[in-house]
Design a protein around this ligand. Structure first.
Ligand SMILES: Cc1cc2nc3c(=O)[nH]c(=O)nc-3n(C[C@H](O)[C@H](O)[C@H](O)COP(=O)(O)O)c2cc1C
Length: 301
């Protein structure tokens, strides 16, 4: 039997957006109704990431070249020890080899309800060998031993950039969820006057509304494999309105992460926005005389 989370509502922040426990605490105080919190990915060593500018939004798509800036594991443990958060925390972890993932999970396991295994970030620092490019070959070796490392649900966060069908088939017996997906790309934006790349990191992962159709296909492709094995899907990619959640549910997702859409909002705005989102989904379910469980994966075609 796989282990599944009961999130109320089944909406989380996408990893890397909002990111830190004090931000989540402020949101809980204003009544923001997320079902769980996903802090920034924890990695094996401290890392600054790229210098600014790390974010560019042309109005259609966002590019980010953060390149996984990372605090020390101890500073994360201090944060977790002192948090007053009431909602569950889904830990996110990145590494460069299987042992990195295992070591971090062992140290931080007692503070989280589930683990999201980030094997999918396309960003890198200038001159850095990409941490996650060509992960296809390594993902099975990273994911498979984790059942012996943690009893918590395991979520493999896969990239839309790689051969996610082959990867899913290779790990499906060792996970409880597949998260679809991370940022697309990376992509390039150029300043036409300086003729230089706009991002200091040269290229950046694409997110926001524009990537939704790609991730929608990924959700549905993976649902067809995962649903036979009692593995559920988390959708990340361009969710900005309640209809996106319904669409992703029809494609096969049962948890929904909102990322880029939260980035230009303050605490009060996020609270109002996220609370309306799930109420609107519930209204839709009533109007359609159906239930959430019936909706998940009901795509006709
Ligand atoms: C600024 C930024 C930082 C991110 N950092 C992480 C990260 O640390 N770990 C991770 O797994 N995904 C990270 N992501 C990817 C998001 O979690 C999400 O998968 C992606 O942005 C697609 O969702 P969206 O279109 O709703 O933003 C980041 C995305 C952005 C825009």
């Amino acid at each position: 039997m796989n282990k599944h989370l009961t999130l109320n509502p089944p909406i989380v922040n996408a990893c890397g957006i909002l990111s830190y426990l004090d931000v989540f605490e402020r949101l809980e105080k204003t009544g923001a109704n997320f079902g769980a919190w996903v802090p920034k990915s924890i990695g094996p060593f401290e890392k600054q990431g790229n210098p600014n500018p790390t974010i560019y939004n042309d109005g259609n798509v966002m590019l980010n070249a953060f390149a996984l800036p990372t605090h020390s594991i101890q500073s994360w443990i201090n944060e977790f020890e002192n948090t007053k958060l009431k909602k569950p925390i889904i830990g996110s972890v990145w590494g460069t080899k299987p042992e990195d993932y295992q070591n971090i999970i062992k140290k931080v396991d007692k503070y989280v309800e589930a683990w999201e295994i980030n094997v999918s970030c396309p960003n890198k620092e200038v001159g850095e060998k990409s941490l996650m490019e060509s992960m296809t070959e390594k993902i099975k070796d990273i994911i498979t031993p984790l059942r012996n490392t943690t009893q918590k649900p395991i979520i493999a966060k896969l990239s839309p950039n790689e051969d996610y069908i082959t990867i899913t088939k290779s790990i499906i017996d060792h996970v409880d969820y597949v998260a679809c997906g991370n940022t697309l790309g990376p992509g390039l934006a150029i300043d036409i006057y300086s003729k230089k790349p706009i991002l200091a990191g040269f290229a950046g992962g694409m997110s926001g509304d524009a990537i939704k159709p790609k991730t929608m296909k990924m959700v549905n492709d993976i649902y067809k494999i995962a649903s036979k094995k009692d593995v559920k899907i988390i959708a990340y990619g361009g969710i900005s309105k309640w209809q996106d959640i319904v669409e992703y549910a029809i494609a096969g997702a049962s948890i929904f992460g909102v990322g880029t859409a939260l980035m230009h909002k303050d605490t009060e705005q996020i609270t109002e926005y996220i609370n309306k989102m799930w109420t609107s989904v519930e209204n839709y379910l009533k109007e359609e005389n159906t239930s959430f469980d019936k909706l998940v994966g009901c795509l006709d075609g």
